[in-house]
Design a protein around this ligand. Sequence first.
Ligand code: PGA
Length: 254
Amino acid sequence: MRKKIVAGNWKMNTTVPEGIALAKAVAEKAAQTPEKVDLIVAAPFTHLALLAPVLEGSKVQLSAQNCADHTSGAYTGEVSVDMLKSTGCTWTILGHSERRQYYGETDEKLVEKTRLALEAGLDVILCVGENLSEREAGEHFHVVTDQISSVLFHFSAEQMKHIVVAYEPVWAIGTGKTATAQQAEEIHACIREVLGSHFGLQVAEDTTILYGGSCKPSNAAELFAQKDIDGGLIGGASLKADDFIAIAMAWQSV
Ligand code: PGA
């Protein structure tokens, strides 16, 4: 059975004290959530070392939102996978559309970052998704298939055990416009098929695929009820502990 995950992407939000308070609140409430769902919070770099002890002993795992594409050295402003690992975090998000769009993150860079993260022992949430003009041109299946194959086909079936895919249609991120459960499901099914064609049925069946883009307590259950949707990557709604936990609770009814 593949893992069910609800992950919060805090993005560039919260000061350190605010982040600690939010993590505390999430950790306290996490015990109420169904056992089958894993919880992750992806916090800013500055918070990670301080959040690790706050989350210890709870079911909430800690993630970064990005990592450097080099191991160490003269790369001012970058944060390496070993640095991340040394904070106590165990995951990193890679390839978020905001990084692709604003920071020139290419599939080539993502191959390198994913390789470094896995080698350091970090698990990866790899984000993919089409933008509005690609969706309107009917290219969404093609765009997502291409993003998946360009990055993930560089890795082995064994390495895929440490990679989660997040499908996030760019037009649904932070806009309040959620993809319908059916729109999300058909892309998730397509991603699973693409993984199956390359890695075989077992990897396709075992890979957790999350939906992200205006996921909230009111629509989570319908999304999570879809056959190929294994949880959510939550932006805005992860900044309120009650909303984030309510989204995780949606697994109770599924
Ligand atoms: P959102 O963001 O939930 O605020 O739409 C999701 C994401 O970008 O990960």
